[in-house]
Design a protein around this ligand. Structure first.
Ligand SMILES: O=P(O)(O)OC[C@H]1O[C@](O)(CO)[C@@H](O)[C@@H]1O
Length: 354
């Protein structure tokens, strides 16, 4: 069914498949942008980093938070609100991340960062954020426009990673970026529409999730944000629901909610994301949980990261989720690009001034 290339083309008039296919090139360009960052902030000038953004931009920040967990000696926090926490001060680096540069919560948080006297860096394609940050004299990392924010994860994540290296918060990542580009370039030749179902993991997994409720499980400290990314991509690209949760937390509550109602649970199709750096006890928890829910839910699939470096493994899982969300969109006959409900919401919000 997913081998019908004409059907895929019809449901992707705006080229989201192409944007996903181009992720390795995007990461290469993002890396070059990152290498040219020339801020004069030093690690000793700051005692925490707050990345403020929404949706795809928040995911970029959140991936960074997890990526640096084993190295960075100061807290990295992601803020998705109009305001920043009270602990933001002159020793805080606030990174305002908005692909469009016009997301109202991010613009408001940017103003709050100014009021609180934080050190500020903006990452954006333009919009009001770039205008304000340049006028206020803050450093702006300008990334290329023309994509949906969720298709620009390379641009919203890699330059921030390079910024962390530049500031001295983490060690260089050049080899990891290189490996990531290689791994993704290989994976796209395995996941692309021309590869038939029997050889294409992305298509086979999509067929399991089709007409079901995808539940994506990650593990704290490794795949937690990737599970969230899968959920977001399925919702925005496929226009269908999906949920995610994280081990071990879900073992302390969600696991109990698997007895009734049976007809609803029977629609749950679980995807468990695995990584070589998962805490051993969490890996065991995943196995036990699988046994506990088998026969109750529709099915459980185990997906393993590919590659040696942390970065390559992270992106290998993200990439599969991106392709799955596009194939699901195809099966539901939805164009992955437009997000009409968000547009309606934004228009209604614009009518209401406070
Ligand atoms: O990166 P931006 O442009 O601030 O957008 C944030 C999020 O807002 C949306 O544009 C929708 O409101 C998402 O698609 C996006 O991920």
């Amino acid at each position: 069914m997913l081998d019908n290339l004409e059907m895929i083309a019809q449901n992707d008039p705006s080229g989201m498949f192409q944007a996903v296919y181009n992720l390795p090139e995007q990461i290469q360009k993002a890396y070059e942008i990152g290498r040219n960052i020339s801020v004069d902030i030093k690690a000793e000038d700051i005692d925490k980093v707050v990345i403020t953004g929404l949706g795809g931009s928040a995911i970029g920040g959140n991936l960074l938070r997890v990526f640096v967990l084993d190295q960075c000696r100061i807290p990295v926090i992601v803020n998705r609100d109009y305001v920043l926490p009270a602990y933001v001060d002159s020793k805080t680096l606030v990174i305002a991340s908005s692909y469009s540069g016009n997301t109202e919560e991010t613009l408001s948080a940017y103003q709050d960062a100014k009021t609180k006297g934080a050190k500020i860096i903006a990452i954006t394609t333009g919009g009001k954020l770039k205008e304000m940050a340049e006028k206020d004299g803050y450093y702006v990392i300008t990334i290329p426009g023309g994509l949906s924010p969720r298709a620009a994860l390379g641009y919203s994540f890699i330059p921030l990673l390079m910024l962390f290296v530049r500031i001295g918060l983490i060690s260089p990542v050049d080899d990891q970026v290189e490996e990531t580009i290689k791994v993704l370039s290989d994976l796209r030749e395995r996941y692309k529409p021309e590869v038939p179902e029997e050889k294409n993991l992305a298509k086979r997994l999509t067929l399991k999730l089709w007409n079901k409720l995808p539940i994506i499980y990650g593990i704290s400290g490794t795949t937690e944000v990737i599970a969230e990314r899968w959920k977001g991509q399925i919702c925005e690209n496929s226009k269908s629901p999906a949920y995610f949760n994280v081990f071990s937390e879900l073992n302390h509550n969600e696991i109990v909610g698997t007895e009734s109602p049976k007809h609803v649970l029977g629609l749950f199709e679980i995807v468990m994301l695995h990584d070589t750096e998962d805490h051993k006890r969490n890996a065991i928890r995943m196995d036990i949980t699988k046994d506990l829910v088998k026969g109750v839910v529709s099915g459980v699939s185990d997906i393993y990261s590919i590659g040696n470096s942390r970065l390559a493994r992270m992106f290998s899982l993200i990439y599969l989720g991106d392709y799955v969300s596009l194939y699901l969109a195809t099966l539901y006959q939805n164009d992955p690009t437009p997000v009409k409900k968000i547009d309606i919401l934004k228009n209604k919000l614009a009518e209401i001034k406070d």
